[in-house]
Design a binder for this molecule. Structure first.
Ligand code: DNO
Length: 348
């Protein structure tokens, strides 16, 4: 597997030279930031990003993410032009030689937590989710934004979107996803790009909005709807693993041929809808991370993998989930598992 780490561009407190010093890490996962989702990416913009990464001695391995405009998820009259924009961005990415593109199909809110600095007993802080707290959120009153989200909405935009989504149930959202895939997957094939759909995080409906990329049955339906290898998955152990009914080991085996990217992190579930993010080391959580990563290493040996969120440790401050130290520890744990699976055959 190709060990990578997410990098948020030149403004990221974590610098490329620091990533370069993590053993076995060869690649970076990134995106063009600050471009509204109605505007197509340019080849020049992608080239600049690629060159920055390459000057540091690393490879721009995955784009995470090209945003999917809400008009596409809503399936409204503007979806045609939004899909055209998405394909133009794909073209820019493909022209610069990047072959894996992550995206998600969560209405309005990307990954969501109720606390991004929750203290663990060892003095580190982590991200956590409590359903009761999310249910109490005054979502229409405040601007909601998390540090890894591609987009933020103003309270007025949020209200408007919630009105529009009132007509969209999960069956309709699923139809809109299939419509999108039927339009973009042939383009991805033409361009030689593998699309990697990221699961919902958390994997259940939140804030009254449907989510349809949450369970094994959801993933099977999506892959069967457009049976082309260019339509695949980001296998995110932390997202999928927040549900006790997702059997990650069997899902890894079932979906392996269509897994194009792996996000590896661990969660500790406290109840059906409550969890904390915990160290990558398997015994801290209940995702069976070691067994799952070894199975993925065996079945998807050429796929990029990244340690997903880390805790804040050793006094580090910065973007919650995306500090340097704990993600670097995570990368080392993952690399150990991968080497164990591959008999340490990897090149230094
Ligand atoms: C969270 C990330 C997500 C992910 C997008 C993919 O930290 O895993 O934000 O990048 O959902 O589109």
């Amino acid at each position: 597997m190709h060990m990578t780490m997410r990098w948020f561009g030149p403004d990221d407190a974590v610098k490329l030279w620091q990533l370069r010093q993590i053993p076995a890490l060869t690649g970076v996962v990134s995106a063009l930031s600050g471009i509204p989702s109605e505007v197509a990416w340019t080849r020049q913009g992608v080239r600049q990003l690629r060159q920055q990464v390459e000057e540091a001695g690393l490879t721009l391995r995955v784009i995470e993410s090209i945003p999917v405009h809400e008009d596409i998820k809503l399936g409204n009259l503007r979806r045609g032009e939004r899909i055209t924009t998405f394909v133009e961005s794909l073209e820019a990415v493909a022209a610069e030689g990047i072959q894996t593109v992550c995206y998600n199909f969560m209405p309005v809110f990307d990954w969501t937590r109720t606390n991004v600095a929750y203290p663990l007993p060892d003095g580190s802080t982590t991200l956590m989710f409590r359903q009761a707290e999310i249910d109490r959120l005054p979502v229409d009153a405040a601007e909601l934004h998390l540090p890894g989200w591609a987009e933020a909405f103003t309270p007025a935009q949020l209200q408007q979107l919630r009105l529009e989504y009132a007509a969209i149930d999960s069956a309709q959202l699923r139809r809109n996803l299939v419509y999108f895939l039927q339009a973009v997957v042939p383009e991805a094939r033409r361009l030689g790009v593998r699309l990697a759909l990221h699961p919902d995080d958390p994997p259940w409906p939140i804030l009254g909005l449907p989510r349809v990329v949450s369970t094994a049955a959801d993933l099977q339906f999506i892959l069967d709807a457009v049976p082309d290898e260019h339509s695949g998955l980001t296998f995110c152990t932390g997202s999928l693993g927040a549900r006790p009914d997702n059997d990650l080991l069997s899902m890894a085996a079932t979906f392996a041929p269509r897994i194009h990217f792996v996000h590896a992190r661990n969660v500790m579930r406290h109840s059906e809808r409550d969890f904390d993010e915990v160290p990558h080391v398997s015994r801290y959580g209940n995702t069976q991370l070691a067994a799952v990563v070894m199975r993925l290493a065996a079945l998807c040996p050429h796929v990029p993998v990244r340690p997903d969120h880390g805790r804040m440790i050793w006094g580090e401050t910065g973007r919650p989930g995306y500090g340097l130290y704990d993600r670097a520890l995570g990368a080392m744990y993952l690399q150990g598992l991968i080497d164990a699976e591959h008999g340490q055959a990897g090149r230094a």
